[in-house]
Structure formats: C-alpha cells, structure tokens
Design a protein around this ligand. Structure first.
Ligand code: MAN
Ligand code: CA
Length: 224
C-alpha cells in the first residue's frame, strides 16, 4: 500500500529543490485558479499555467513542453502532466494551507523557519521528543525576529517555554542542541546563574531567557 509519506516525499523533495529560488507566497487573492489535474487530461504540448502565474511562483520560466512522440500516445494520465505544473500547483496549495495556519495563529513564519506550538506543556526531553517526532526540533531563536516569533507563542498561551539550548559540560556555557555555540542570546539580567544546576533554558513572557532545571512543565514550541 502506498503510504501518505511515500506519496508526499517525492513531491516535497521537488519543492525543496525549487523553494530556495522561489519568493514567499504571493497574496492568495491574486492567484488564478489552477484547473484540477484530472480536468487537464489529454492536454499536452503546452503549459497549463499562465506566464503570469509562473512569474508569481518565481519565474519558473522554461521552454514550452515538447510535443508528444508517437509512442507516447495513450500514456496514463498520471504520466501526462507537466512536472512544472505539478510543482506550481503544490506550491499554490501549500501557500493556501500556510495562510490558514497563520490566520488561525497556529504557526509563525520567519525567513525559512516555521514555528509552531500545540499549546501543550512537557519537560525538556519530552518537548524535544515531540518536536522531533513531528519532523522538527525545539524552537531555537537565532535572532531578534525569531525570538519575537517564539515570544508570541509564550504570550498566546501565557506559559514559559523551553528553548533548543542546553548547558555544555562547562558550567555557565550554553550551546545549541546540535552542540554548536550560541550566536544570539537574550539572557535576563544576571542569567545564566545556575552554574551547572540549571541545564535547560526557558523563555519568560517578556522574551528574555533564564537557565532552568529540565524537569519542569514548559510550553512546547517547535521549529521546522
Ligand atoms: C529561580 C530560578 C532561577 C532564576 C532565579 C532568578 O531561582 O528560576 O533559574 O535564575 O529564580 O531569581
Ligand atoms: Ca537561572
């Protein structure tokens, strides 16, 4: 049986390849409807998206599709669709889904990062586990804009949150979960002060950071 992930992975991989060259989602109302792929049966030798739409999706300008060769007649419809149209269609649908999630305050987008919270609380290890199970990691603000995005969840749920930062073997020295040294910090005054006894980091409701024990219940905020 074909699982959801095995269906999606090639498509997502294709998007990842193109996403770097693409701009952010354009305004949704500006976008023309793309006919359902099933309604485009039999069409070949032309792109089914307007140049305008292609342009909005990051100038996916490419030569017109070649005509069908004699032995390609009668191919299944699934093989008869321009991959560029598939990618543009998926991009459009992703943008719409992201729009819904932003509108409903489920996610915050900052650059290439997406922050999300399920509003639940857990200790550090469980919170990290939840984020990783979902394909992400604990929220790790790397600049002021990201810190503000994470803070907005802390305020939304009025709960301190664990960050993706841990104390190293050297007391008082903190690093990212992947062991890289911190490149941005927002310590509250006189923090970190645990000197080896507070190995995790929480965000306060003003966006500042405090080193804290890892076995408390804190809001789960992930990044993807
Ligand atoms: C408590 C803990 C510490 C924190 C101090 C600040 O003792 O939350 O992590 O540094 O308060 O006064
Ligand atoms: Ca502290």
């Amino acid at each position: 049986m074909l699982s959801y992930s095995s269906c999606m992975l090639p498509a997502v991989a294709a998007l990842l390849v193109t996403c770097h060259a693409l701009p952010e989602c354009p305004g949704n109302t500006e976008l023309p409807e793309i006919p359902a792929l099933s309604q485009r049966d039999g069409l070949i030798g032309q792109s089914h998206l307007s140049n305008g739409f292609r342009g909005q999706l990051g100038s996916l300008v490419s030569p017109p599709r070649r005509n069908r060769l004699p032995w390609e007649n009668g191919l299944p419809n699934s093989l008869d669709t321009d991959p560029r149209d598939v990618i543009a269609d998926l991009k459009h649908r992703l943008c719409r889904l992201e729009g819904v999630l932003v509108l409903n305050e489920k996610i915050r987008k900052v650059g290439d990062k997406i922050f999300a919270s399920n509003g639940k609380k857990a200790d550090f290890a469980s919170a990290l586990g939840s984020c990783e199970e979902a394909g992400g990691t604990l929220a790790t603000p790397m600049n002021e804009e990201e810190n503000k995005a994470v803070l907005s969840f802390v305020k939304q749920y009025n709960q301190y949150a664990y960050l993706g930062i841990k104390e190293s073997e050297t007391p008082g020295q903190f690093k990212y979960i992947n062991s890289m040294p911190l490149s941005y910090t927002q310590w509250y005054q006189y923090e970190p002060n645990g000197k080896g006894t507070e190995k995790c980091v929480e965000m306060y409701t003003d966006g500042s950071w405090n080193d804290k024990r890892c076995n408390l219940n804190r809001l789960i905020i992930c990044e993807f």
